[in-house]
Design a protein around this ligand. Sequence first.
Ligand code: HC1
Ligand code: SF4
Length: 557
Amino acid sequence: KGTMIIDGQKVQFDGEQHVLEVIRKAGIELPTFCYHSDLSVYGACRMCIVEDKWGGISTSCSTPPKDGMEIFTNTPKLQKHRRMILELLLSSHHRDCTVCEKNNQCKLQELARRFGVRQVRFDTKNGKLPIDSSSTSVVRDPNKCIMCGDCVRMCEEVQGVGVLGFANRGSNIKIVPAFNKELGEVDCVNCGQCITVCPTGALLIKNDTDEIWKALYDKKKRVVAQIAPAVRVALGEAFGLEPGEAVTGKIVAALHRLGFDEVYDTAFAADLTVMEESKEFAERLSSGGKLPLFTSCCPAWVKHAENRYPELLDNISSCRSPQQMFGSVVKQHYRGSGHERSTFIVSIMPCTAKKYEAKRPEFSNSGEKDVDVVITTQELIMMIKETGLQFSELEPDSFDMPFGMASGAGVIFGVTGGVSEAVLRRLYQHKTALHLKSLSFDDVRGMEGIKETQVDLDGKIIKLAIVNGLENANRLIKSIQNGEVEYDFVEVMACPGGCIGGAGQPLASCALSKEERAKGLYKVDRVSQIKTSEENPSIISLYKNMSEDSHEMLHNK
Ligand code: HC1
Ligand code: SF4
C-alpha cells in the first residue's frame, strides 16, 4: 500500500504486485509481449521498461511498487530502447504480414506501428525453418516466434502439460516441443491454449475450412452442421455485437446461407450425454462401482489422463462426448434410410482439441468418421467474412429438426460447472423449483479453477469437484491420490472457464469477455422452457426408437 509518482501523477497502490499493474491502473497501457496476469513473471521482452529519476531503467513487470517511487514511462531514452527492441525482433521475424493469418491481430505488428518503427536495418533471419503441422490442432511456425515464452509458461503453469520448452542458448535459442520432436509426436493434448497467448503468428489453429467449402459444393453430400454450446455466446464479438450475447439464430441463418443442408444443436447431444452419464453415475453409486466418476466430454482432459494417469482410466465416464454422440446418432439416422446423398457432418466448436477427438480411430464406423470435419468459432468467422454476409443484419433462423431442440441443461455444458449442474438436475427425484434453483447457487457456478460442493441427492450426500485448467486437475488428482480429499463426481474441462474459454473462440477472450459469455449461457438457460435433459421431447422420442444395441453408439472405452 502506498503512493507512486508516474509521469508526474500521484497514483495510489494497494495490493498490486508489480509496477506494471500500477501503471495500468493509472490508465497507461504500457506495451509488453510476455506479461500475462495468469502466468508467472518472466521479464524477457523488456518492452515494459520504465526510467527512474536518476536515469536507471528497469522492467516494470518484475519490479514491486514502493511508496514514494517516481518513474517515467515514455522518455526519449525509453522510446529509443523500445524501437530498438522491436527492430531486433522484426529483423529475425519472417515479415510476410499481408498473407499471415495473424495480420491485424499480431502484437508485434501493432507495437511496431504504435512506436513508429518504419524500417528494419538488420537482417538476422537464418533461412526458413520448417513449419510444424504434425498436430491435428495447432500449427507452429518457428519463423514467427519472438521467444517471449508465453506458450511455454501457459503449457506448463496453466495446463500442467509442459511439452514446450527453450532449447539452445544465446542467439541460437528457440522454442521447441519436448525432445526436439514435432508437436504431433509429444504429449500435447491439443488444447490450443498456447495459441491464445502467442502474440504473433508463430502458433495458429489448424485451418480445416477448405474441406468444408468442397463438401458444400458437392452435390453428392448432405452437409450437416452441429453448433457447440459455447460458440453462440462468442461469435458475435467478431461482428461488433455485445460479448456474451447469444447469437444462435444468426449463426443458424449464416450456416443455411453458406449452403449447409441442416443445422443442429450440439446441446441436444449434451442432453443425451446427461442421460447416459447420470445413469452411469447412479449405477456406480448404487453398486459400489469405481468413484469418483470423472467426466469425459473434454478431449484434452481425456488425452491428458491417458498420458499421465492411466490408473484413472476406469474412473472416466464411458460416455462419448456430445460432439461424438451427435456424430454417431445422426450418421446412424441417415444410414440405410434410402437417402441418395452421403452425410457429411461438420462440428463448429470453441475448441481445437475437438479436431483431434473427431480423428480418434474409435470414432469411426466401418472406416467412416462419425464427425467429418471440425472447425472452430474462429474458422467459421473467417468463412462468414469470406462470403461477405452481413452477419449482424441476418434475420435469425431456427435450428432444424429433429436434432435441434435442447434443454437449458444442455446449453450450460459450455461453461465450467455446467456438466455437473446438468447431471444433478437429472438425478434429483423431486425436481421442485426450489431444488433446481438451489443447484444454481455459486458452488457449481463461477470461474474459480477448483470448486467443490456437496449436495443432498434425495437423502444421499454427494461430493463434487469442478475443475478447469489441467494444472488444477493435476493438483486435485494429487490430493485425491494422497487421500486428502474424496469425491463422488469430478468435472474436468481443460480450458480456463470451460469451453467458453476454448482456444478456438475469438481472440478477444479476456477475463471480462469470458464472464460475459458465461452469463450469456446462463441467460439462455433461464429463458429456456425446458430445464432438464429428460424433458427434451427429442430425447424422449430418440430413446423410444432406439434399438437394444445402441449402447455402443453412445459409449466407448
Ligand atoms: Fe464443449 Fe461439449 S460443452 S465439450 O465445452 O461437452 O468444445 O461448447 O461442444 O462435445 O455440448 C466444446 C462447448 C461442446 C461436447 C457439448
Ligand atoms: Fe501445451 Fe495445449 Fe499448446 Fe499442446 S496445445 S503445446 S498441451 S498448451
